[in-house]
Write a protein that binds this ligand. Structure first.
Ligand code: GAL
Length: 992
């Protein structure tokens, strides 16, 4: 008997065949999507009779996961559960727990009256998680698995005229759960479409397209293979005037396909019984001298890992959302997708062909839970011959389904499945099916069965060694020699969990520098936060544990560049700037911009280079630079025109900003261009730096009879605490060195040593309190306050001198010097001042500033930030990361104005800022309507409520972001080590 723990390939099914785009074949199909009868049972022994039509059962929508049938409101069929790599059940293959939720599905199937006679009728499942058994009219006809792979069953001989009862039994757990241990929610059921497909006599079974491009001649060669082709079958490519027999080869002058120019040719395959219209893209993937080439040109993959995810529907993703993903990627200069870690819905690949994305199509295979601490993988199915047929079947189904897509440039055998005999078997199977594409599998550490050398989360240092070809050798010389001739790919890097990744551009620079480095794929595209409501009906994005699971991996499922609702997180804007196909980078010590054309195939004829000279919010001049047309790979240095108008030399910096703009789109760009013109790249020079705050005041303070102090609009108590500022109550002004830890701060870089969060806690930074040591007027009449700020249990702290003077026009000037005191080791989160003001409507305070913006930036994630005049409300300065954490810092701020609801304005001008003896441009500014402690404690953004105060951080510097959530921590170039800091601020008020 075959059941859900029998390790054999699907039974009663027909061999996998190519999946042409929906509607591209004229053979009849009938959708079986819609309401089905459904009953969930606690075990696989449901006792349900396949003859029972389930008339009194519930109904459920197919496609969908049963756990999400009524999301976000109710969970009648169990809840989703998230675990990363650890199996949520004992490792006891092929067995799974008796507690095994099992869905019984029923549907009456009646062939439409005009269903063609003759031919065969197939039942097709595009994806069912995890194991299922299909019965028709009470008789079991097939069993299948491979959750993200298609299953086709020939029902011709079992369908009766009129009504037929289709019964599908789906188990949540099966032997195959052991090979589908991907880092994602466990979600079950018939989650992709179900169709009846007519297979006409003399139709088209399996079709393969080989369409190569020869860059030296500008020609393409096409061959269309049709398995068991019926006599009379023809292949035509009208645009090329080709009319061929199946298997016949023809060569013609063509435009090649690439992700930059996704040129497709319509290929009509006409058999006597069926006509299919396919899209062919001519392109050749090759590895020459260790360099990855597409159409003869070196191509860098600037990619993302994409799981299929919809916050309401889980992995049941609709066509619109798929297209939204693809277009968002294109608009942010992502050129490649790894379909982590399973074949996507086939329509996604049609979209990649059409819009232009390079794809690594990955097999539905991960066995990560077998990995032991000591690096062994006992019992791993990948190294067990008993699993060979199952694993080879999986990879075969993927390649046969997808091989006609030009977007696929590599096959991947799976993810994190260890090594073993079945890797070799799968690799051989793929080579036999498709010799045109290289093979990828990161888990093959010695690269014996693959064509590209792949790692995940390699540090930039190690990546550079590989780029230079001086990385440590493999033990086996012949394997080492072979691997050194392979290009290197980071199949995962720059872990985008929460606020991050930092350091993306460090990697990208290496990809540009070393021909052997073929790029990489950021982990990952989207936060998998599932929509649910709290007790008050507020919808939020849930992560591991939010469904009451006792065994889970918490927030680790929220690690994408876009939030679950596809709102780009600031990291996606950083990606767009770093990945930009044309880069405008500051060189020559800030005197010039280097314009680099990084397209592999396009020149810059479609771009105009437009500049603006701006001084604060005023534009002083604009113009266009004629750079000529830059060929792929070409670069040119540019400087601002000599005759620029001279701006006033004052406290406001003057920027010359150059933008590469695409104004019009041709047919091949049209898909992502909507809403254009598009700024493809931005570069900026500070042509006239801000001059220091003029005339910092000295003096003007006085002491009142009660011992308190007054400095212009600022009032202090007798020990030197600021109590009101321009009449507004100040809850606190003190030194701060902590931030609400990011997901990256919470983990240790490369899994070694303590996390930044732990280091900061150890130093008491999360509980800093300030003791005023003395307050006195100095000889100039300034109020000088000495203070020490420290946390519990440590001798370390900060010694601070505040010098308050009353400035011009009723302002108050503050000079601060903060000096680390004690024996500090390790980083600190920030160093600067925290000013907490009473403000009932803090979220609505409008903030306008001169500095980097408009979005947040950090020391190691600042390529997208541009100097200028920006404004936001405090509410909009917050980034609602799925898991709340430090966010929203604006760097390089020289001036900020806060407009309060009562009509008053508080302005802040920053004078010279120095950190560790090095001058910095402006300050780092963050404003929140809640404290950092509340931000740290909140589990979800909707739990954060304004507390009646406005928290203003004015920092000399802040620690970078890094990628420690999975990978390297903050690189030395962005680590904030404790050092003396100096700030000069002028606070001015109007309207109070
Ligand atoms: C990798 C794995 C991914 C994901 C990532 C961490 O090791 O391949 O699936 O788990 O780590 O988010």
């Amino acid at each position: 008997m075959t059941d859900h723990v029998t390790v054999i390939p699907p039974t009663g099914v027909v061999p996998a065949r190519f999946r042409p785009p929906t509607g591209s074949s004229d053979a009849r199909t009938a959708s079986l999507d819609g309401p089905w009868r459904f009953r969930l049972h606690p075990t696989a022994r449901t006792g349900a009779d396949p003859k029972d039509p389930g008339d009194d059962w519930d109904t459920i929508a197919v496609p969908g996961h049963w756990q999400l049938a009524q999301a976000p409101d109710a969970w009648p069929y169990g809840t989703p559960a998230y675990s990363n790599k650890l199996f949520p059940f004992p490792i006891d293959p092929p067995f799974v727990p008796d507690d095994n939720p099992t869905g019984e599905y029923r549907r009456i199937v009646e062939l439409p009256e005009d269903w063609p006679t003759g031919g065969r009728t197939y039942l097709r499942f595009e994806g069912v998680d995890s194991w299922f058994e299909v019965a028709v009219n009470g008789t079991v006809v097939a069993t299948s698995h491979g959750s993200r792979l298609p299953t086709e069953i020939d029902l011709t001989d079992v369908l009766q005229p009129g009504q037929n009862l289709l019964a599908v039994r789906v188990t949540q757990w099966s032997a195959f759960s052991y090979v589908e241990d991907q880092d994602q929610w466990w979600l079950s059921g018939i989650f992709r479409s179900v169709t009846l497909e007519h297979r006409p006599d003399a139709g088209l079974g399996h079709v393969g397209i080989t369409a190569d491009y020869h860059h030296t001649t500008g020609t393409g060669t096409i061959r269309v293979d049709v398995e068991d082709a019926a006599p009379g079958t023809r292949v035509t490519v009208a645009e090329l005037g080709l009319d061929l027999a199946p298997g016949e080869t023809a060569t013609a002058a063509v435009d090649p396909w690439s992700a930059e120019r996704p040129r497709l040719y319509e290929v009509v395959v006409q058999a006597p019984g069926e006509r299919v219209v396919l899209q062919a893209g001519f392109r050749t993937v090759a590895i020459v001298d260790g360099v990855f080439l597409v159409n003869g040109a070196p191509v860098k993959l600037r990619g993302v890992n994409r799981h299929e995810f919809d916050p309401l529907r889980g992995r049941s993703v609709g066509a619109e959302l798929m297209e939204q993903d693809v277009l968002l990627m294109k608009r942010h200069h992502i050129n490649a997708v790894r379909t982590s870690h399973y074949p996507p819905h086939p329509h996604f690949l049609d979209l990649c062909d059409r819009h232009g994305l390079y794809v690594i199509d990955e097999n539905d295979l991960e066995t990560h839970g077998f990995e032991q601490e000591d690096g062994r993988w006992p019992g791993n199915p990948v190294d067990d011959p008993a699993w060979e047929d199952v694993l080879v079947d999986r990879v075969t189904r993927m390649v046969r389904r997808d091989a006609h897509h030009p977007s696929i440039i590599l096959w991947s055998l799976g993810n994190e499945a260890g090594g073993g005999c079945n890797i070799a078997a799968m690799s051989a199977a793929v080579r036999a099916l498709d010799p045109t594409r290289p093979i990828h599998y990161e888990g093959d550490w010695s690269s014996d069965h693959v064509d590209v050398y792949s790692r995940m989360y390699a540090t930039s240092e190690h990546t550079e060694l590989i780029g230079r070809g001086v990385d440590p050798a493999l033990a086996r010389p012949e394997a080492d020699a072979r691997r050194r001739l392979m290009p290197f790919l980071q199949c995962e890097y720059a872990h985008a969990m929460g606020n991050g990744p930092g350091g993306l551009s460090d990697y990208d620079d290496l990809f540009d520098r070393y021909p052997r480095l073929m790029g990489g794929f950021i982990w990952e595209w989207i936060d998998h936060g599932l929509s649910r409501r709290d007790a008050e009906g507020r919808e939020f994005a849930a992560y591991g544990g939010d469904f009451g699971e006792l065994f889970h991996d918490g927030t680790f499922v929220a690690d994408g560049l876009v939030l679950p609702d596809r709102t780009p997180s600031p990291s996606l804007l950083e990606v767009a700037a770093v990945f930009a196909p044309v880069r405008l980078d500051v060189v020559d010590g800030g005197d010039a911009l280097l314009v680099r054309n990084r397209y592999a195939f396009r020149d810059t004829a479609h771009l105009t280079f437009e500049w603006t000279l701006s001084h604060g919010s005023s534009v002083l001049a604009t113009g266009t630079l004629d750079l000529g047309v830059l060929a792929p790979g070409a670069s040119v240095r540019v400087t601002p025109p000599a005759d620029l108008p001279l701006p006033p030399a004052d406290h406001t910096p003057t920027f010359w900003t150059l933008r590469a703009v695409q104004h019009a789109a041709d047919a091949l760009d049209a898909s992502w261009f909507a809403g254009g013109p598009w700024v493809v790249a931005t570069g900026q020079l500070a042509v006239v730096p801000a001059v220091a705050l003029a005339d910092v005041a000295a003096g003007g303070a006085r002491q009142e009879a009660d011992g308190s102090y007054v400095v212009g609009p600022a009032r202090f108590d007798e020990v030197g605490n600021l109590v009101t500022l321009h009449g507004r109550r100040v809850a606190e002004l003190r030194v701060d060195a902590w931030r609400a830890p990011t997901d990256n701060d919470r983990r240790s870089g490369m899994w070694v040593g303590p996390s930044d969060e732990a280091v900061w806690k150890e130093r008491g930074l999360h509980l800093l309190a300030e003791r005023k040591i003395s307050a006195a007027l100095d000889a100039d009449g300034a109020l000088v306050v000495e203070a020490r700020t420290a946390g519990p249990r440590t001798r370390n702290g900060f010694r601070t001198t505040y010098v308050w003077s009353s400035g011009a026009d009723g302002s108050v000037d503050l000079r601060v010097r903060i000096v680390p005191d004690g024996r500090w080791t390790g980083s600190i989160a920030r160093l600067g001042l925290l000013l907490t003001l009473d403000e009932a409507a803090a979220s609505d305070v409008a903030v306008s500033w001169l500095g980097l913006g408009p979005d947040e930036s950090y020391a190691d994630s600042a390529k997208a930030a541009v100097g200028g005049a920006w404004s936001h409300t405090v509410r909009d300065l917050q980034t609602r990361y799925t898991h709340p954490q430090e966010n929203g810092a604006r760097r390089g701020v020289t001036h900020a104005a806060l407009d309060f609801a009562d009509g008053s304005t508080l302005t802040l001008d920053a004078g010279p800022t120095v950190y560790g003896g090095v001058p910095r441009a402006g300050v780092e500014l963050s404003l929140r309507p809640w404290s950092d402690r509340a931000l740290d404690l909140a589990a979800h953004p909707h739990e954060l409520t304004p507390d009646g105060r406005l928290y203003v951080h004015v920092d000399a510097a802040q620690h970078g972001l890094g990628s420690a959530a999975c990978g390297p921590g903050v690189l030395p170039n962005a680590v904030l080590n404790p050092a003396p800091a100096e700030l000069t601020l002028r606070l001015t008020s109007r309207g109070l």
